[in-house]
Design a protein around this ligand. Sequence first.
Ligand code: SF4
Length: 543
Amino acid sequence: MTGPAVRVGAPGTLPGVVSRPTARRPEAAVTRVDPPPHALEPLPADVDLAGLGEGPKEECGVFGIFAPGEDVATLSFYGLYALQHRGQESAGIAVSDGRRIVVHKDMGLVNQVFQETSLAALEGDLAIGHTRYSTTGASSWANAQPQYLEVGGGGGLALGHNGNLVNTAELARLLEVPPGNDSELMAALLAREAGQSSMEDAIVRVAPQLKGAFSVMVMDERRLYAFRDPGGFRPLAVGRLPNGGWVVASETAALDIVGAITVRDVAPGELVVVDEDGLTSRHFADPTPSHCLFEWVYLARPDHRQDGASVYSVRRETGRVLAREAPVEADTVIPVPDSGTAAAAGYAQEAGLPYAEGLVKNRYVGRTFIEPSDTLRQLGIRLKLSPVREVIEGQRLVVVDDSIVRGNTSRQLVAMLRAAGAAEVHLRITSPPIKNPCYFGIDMATRAELIGADLSVEEICEFVGADTLHYVTLDGLIGATPQTRDRLCRACFDGEYPIAVPGEHEQLAQIKFDFTAAAGSSRDPDEVEAERVANAREGRTVE
Ligand code: SF4
């Protein structure tokens, strides 16, 4: 018979190691290690482990270059490297030597898809590149970009798209094809039109028919075309190389890395065309600016510049705003790297508190297709972030993060900080609560999964286990950007979609959310659910 577990405290034994006495079979003694005092709860089975510790995901990054005499494929490779954060599922480059277009694309990170030999085979004067994260269309080779299509009158086109269209059903009807991937439909429409006119005219005719977010790079054998939707949801910037070549990219960091000087943003509703005669510009629609507010919070790199300001300076100012909106007695301010870093520095400066790096990002734990085991689920956030005990132990911490989407990551983070000895954890978030899904190219999760859609800030605080929680106000965040409220898309925060989204109203009726129960809320989950369904039937957004 096996007796009860006994803690072994003799000198030389590891603390926390217990052994079960097995008098009859001592050779078979079993030892096990106690869970640490603040063991993290295993994550639910439906949590995407690969994405844990990361916020919402961009759909894509685009890059284009026209530079005869330069190694355009290798420059595109480095440009895509700088845009890797915008998409990590597939990458591709299309190159033209003036006579034909060659495309190389595959699943994986930029440095997995391209090697020296594959780049050497891509010779030409102009190129476009793409990194993809799929929010519509399967994550598959066929959906990797650039997409290549033959054009009716001869030749071909390659296309890379960042954003998301909301009228794919309408476009599919125009083409008389089944609804499908938005980028494919866009390429098919352009190929059809370009068979009857120049590519430039085809874009000017097709672009106004597209609804939604689109920063697009197109090339034929001799020209580079870049255009941006009238709202300018996703960024797109033009740069000049020292030898006179032109570069266009999602973020200015991709211009910097290839040695280009940033010239300007591509304006909302503008098409720029680059060929051997230089750069020309046409406007296919009047601008109706609705730049994505979340680019400033999380999506873009801190060294990206847009609308005359750097993302870094906006994030730092947001931290200062947070410190004024929600001061707290604390010892140290730490960021959740990387997007919380600048804001934490701003908070610390404004509050007169020390700033320290209490969390280290495990940078090379990238997206993995390994099936998450129970052990990995138990590790959870530790796969992505490691606590620095010397910074954390005994401290009343202000922890600055960019957003809370489903709440699981924050809950694990707080538990991990407490396990590392934090005396108090005060969460400060640099965006308002995310209450609505994004239809313009960001994978936010469905409304039913968004913790901010249903719970109050107090309930979320309880769910994640923090001592206090404060989200920056929408006015505070907007005030930190160089834009005015009416020129920004804020739909995921306030539900005001700048473009009507087909099916959005119906989706409200499908809300189902059970964080209330998980958080141990005093409200009866059935009562919450009944209220939610009643509200949805009446067309009210649930607060
Ligand atoms: S809904 Fe949110 S994430 Fe999407 S474009 Fe608007 S502000 Fe950006």
